[in-house]
Structure formats: C-alpha cells, structure tokens
Write a protein that binds this ligand. Structure first.
Ligand SMILES: Cc1cc2nc3c(=O)[nH]c(=O)nc-3n(C[C@H](O)[C@H](O)[C@H](O)COP(=O)(O)OP(=O)(O)OC[C@H]3O[C@@H](n4cnc5c(N)ncnc54)[C@H](O)[C@@H]3O)c2cc1C
Length: 413
C-alpha cells in the first residue's frame, strides 16, 4: 500500500486528500491546528466565496501565467463545481460571477469535506505540526513537534501562506519547502487595507463611499477597481482598496510607490460634476463646505476642501474659477501617497511563495524532489479577490491528489 502524507488541512490539502484517497493508498493529513479548514471557515465573511464564474489566468499574479492556464485546463471551474455537487454542495452565483455554496455558509463546506474524507478512510491528525521533512532513498520522514516520526512514499505540502495568522497563516510551509531545496519568493501582503499617512484623510474614519480607485505610476494604471472604499483611522480599506492593494504593495517593496487615485464621483464626468456644483454654488452666501453637504457625507466636504487647500468657511461667492475647477478635479481624482504596507495579520492572501517553474503543473510534483508535491497558496501564484484564491487551492489540490493514483499504477505495473 502506498502511504501519502498531506501537510496542511486547508482548502488545497483537503481537496488533495479527497482525490488521493481510495484504491491502494493510505492518506494521512497533518494539521497543526485543532480544526481543519480554518481559512475556509473565515472565507467570504463566513459564506465562502468558493470560486468565480469568470475564472481566467488574467485574475492571477506572480509566477508564470502559463502555469495557471495549464492547471485550470486539467482541473478548472467545471470540475470543481461537479466535485462539490457530488458531495452534496451545489453552488449559487452572485454579483461579479462569485460562486458560493447554496447554503451560504462556509461551515457546510468544511462539514461535507470532513464527511467525504471520513467516508474515504482518510486519517486526519490534528495538533500535528510538521517540523521537518527529509528524504532518504525513496521514503520521506516527517517529524512533528511532539517528536513523532512517520514514514511515507509521497508528500503533498499544502501548508498555505503566512497571510492571516488568526486562521493559521504562518511561515512554516516556506521553511519546509526550502529544506527540500525549493526557491521561495519573499511573500508580501495582498488583498489588504492600505496605510495613507495624510492626516486630514483620517477624519473620514468610518465613512463608506462608492468610488473608482486606481494605482497609478508614471501615467500607467497598474490596477483599478470600482466599488466601496472604507475610510479608516490609518488610511483606506473596503473592496476597491483591497483590489488594488497588491499592485500598491508590490511597487512599494520595489521602492517605487505608486499614487493611489480615488474618483469620488465615478458616475459623473468632470463636466457633469462641474455643472452639478455650479448649480449648488448658485447661493453665494453659503460657505464652500455647506454648499457640498448635499452630495457628500460629513465631513467629506471639509476634507476635500482641505486637500484642495481651500478654507471650508470661505463663502462660495469668493471662490475663484480656478478654485472651483480644483474642487472638481480633486473630487474626480484625489491623489494619495501610500504608506508602509500593512501586515500579514490583516492580509487575505500572501503574494510570493514557491517558484512555480520548479513544479510540474500536470501533477503539482516538484521538479527537484520526486514524489514531493506543492499546492495552494504556498506557491508563487495569488489571485484577485472574488473566489479566485480558493479556486486555485481546489485545483492544485485535486491535481496533486489525482497524480497519486497515476504514480501508484506506474509503480504496480
Ligand atoms: C479572512 C479570509 C477570507 C478569505 N476569503 C476568501 C474567499 O471568500 N474566496 C477565496 O477564493 N479565497 C478567500 N481567502 C483566501 C483562501 O482562503 C486561501 O487562498 C486558501 O484557503 C488557501 O488554501 P491553502 O490550502 O493553500 O492554505 P490554507 O487554507 O491556509 O491551509 C494550510 C493549512 O496548513 C496548516 N499548516 C501550516 N503549517 C503546518 C505545519 N507545519 N504542520 C501541519 N499543518 C500546517 C495550517 O494550519 C492550515 O490549516 C480568504 C482568506 C482569508 C484569510
């Protein structure tokens, strides 16, 4: 019987276990936490945005996009939806093609995966942190923190990234794969709020506003997103900010911070906004701030005027044409300088990870160490928000799991 160890009971490890189990294999999942699937549980605000209808390699970043295409050609959206359907978990589609379990509850995803694993005889070892892997001849030796030693024919390393330690994110996986000679590209936080040092902006703390946000460098738009921005005590968060955060952090780490440009009125052209404001400015005795409170939440007018360098108490009749144009320009493009990236404790995913050129995407097997597989977020591929990261974890896990049978057949024939 072939013995397979899976390090990590997260999305990709559990999927790998489902596909590796059966036939002439015994599968053990080592999970360091007291529960499996902790990130699945917190995903999608407890609803688990399981995948996305519009899955394509353009939604992914990091190493070689050809690898992403290759992976999805083998196990993509259709196969994922079929698999979840087969274990009793139909999906429903929401705005932006986001797919959720029909239960709209992430705990049901973990519960059904657990049932499937038990049905297939997979052994789940909780509180088992794998500290070391070594290979001697064709066998792997795994040592856990309690000094237990186990031997296996094949190892799937699905230990995830260092994002979001509250749900188990750690650097463990990087250490384990480095020990197996793999290259790890230094991780950085993605899908994460952004620090904006500009103090006046912090007065907007708690305000949510529909915007268009972009990261711009030297006239080039690196990333952009339409949606809500949440202003915070340190800067910005909310979906539109999270969407552009990867591009912002990547450039900051290359010492080339881009500008963050926020359009506070994305449904108006500059001309339409000028016309609207001209009508609001028909009463010259209002202050500049008071003239704007009908179209913005308090204290947005004060902050906008502050950024424009205009006294909010200035009567509208005293605003010059140039000042009026400046108000419109800034409302359409507030330009902000990002601060130091926020930490992994808030990040939904970590960009960076194992160099994918060291992995065969047909099987997820290491090109450096045979019978050693790497899956999920531990790899140097990260997706946009919207179900893309879980899909990558499901796909890579399933491929590594399926590969165990092909290898078993080759060995026994
Ligand atoms: C708050 C939050 C919300 C998210 N929402 C979504 C969403 O809605 N849609 C989406 O697509 N993606 C979402 N993601 C991202 C998604 O959850 C991850 O990309 C995905 O879970 C990665 O799967 P993985 O199997 O690679 O890693 P993980 O799910 O992190 O699993 C790795 C497992 O390995 C275990 N482990 C680590 N080291 C060891 C060790 N040494 N020994 C034993 N066990 C170990 C960990 O405890 C963990 O259980 C979200 C992430 C977060 C943090």
């Amino acid at each position: 019987m072939k013995r397979i160890a899976i390090i990590g009971g997260g999305a990709s490890g559990l999927m790998a276990a489902c596909f590796a189990a059966g036939g002439d294999t015994s599968v053990a999942v080592f999970e360091k936490q007291k529960k499996i699937g902790r990130k699945i549980l917190v995903s999608g605000n407890g609803r688990c945005n399981i995948s996305n209808q519009y899955i394509n390699s353009g939604k992914y970043h990091g190493g070689n996009p050809l690898v992403v295409n290759n992976i999805f050609a083998r196990f993509g959206l259709e196969e994922t939806v079929d698999f979840f359907g087969s274990i009793g978990l139909p999906v429903v589609e929401e705005k932006g093609g986001k797919l959720f379990p029909a239960s709209l509850q992430s705990s049901t995803v973990v519960r059904l995966l657990e049932y499937e694993l038990a049905r297939k005889g997979v052994e789940i070892l909780l509180h088992r942190k794998v500290e070391r892997i070594s290979k001697s001849g064709r066998r792997f030796r795994l040592v856990t923190v309690g000094r237990e030693e186990h031997e296996f024919d094949s190892v799937i390393c699905a230990a995830g990234s260092c994002a979001y330690p509250p749900a188990g994110g750690s650097r463990d996986g990087y250490g384990l794969v480095r020990h197996m000679q793999h290259t790890v590209h230094e991780p950085f936080p993605s899908i994460v709020p952004v620090n904006i040092p500009l103090k006046i902006l912090h007065r907007l703390q708690g305000i949510r506003w529909e915007c268009a946000a972009s990261a711009v460098q030297g006239g080039t738009v690196l990333a952009s997103s339409d949606g809500e921005i949440l202003f915070t005590a340190y800067g910005i968060s909310g979906p539109a900010c999270l969407d552009i955060s990867r591009a912002v952090n990547e450039k900051i780490l290359q010492n080339a911070a881009p500008a963050i440009v926020i359009d506070l009125f994305p449904s108006y052209s500059e001309k339409d906004l000028m016309n609207l404001l001209d009508s609001l400015w028909s009463d010259g005795s209002k202050t500049a701030a008071l003239s704007l409170i009908g179209i913005m939440k308090n204290p947005m007018p004060d902050v906008l005027l502050g950024i424009a360098g205009i006294n909010p108490g200035k009567p509208v009749r005293d605003l010059t044409r140039e000042e009026k144009r400046k108000i419109v320009r800034i409302a359409k493009a507030v330009t902000l300088e990002p601060g130091k990236p926020r930490g992994f404790h808030e990040a939904v995913v970590a960009a960076g990870g194992v160099d994918v050129d060291e992995i065969d995407p047909a099987t997820m097997e290491s090109r450096l160490v045979s019978d050693f597989y790497i899956t999920g977020e531990l790899l140097d591929i990260d997706g946009d928000s919207g179900g893309y990261n879980l899909q990558f974890a499901w796909s890579t896990g399933a491929i590594a799991g399926m590969a165990q049978h092909r290898k078993s057949k080759i060995r026994s024939s």
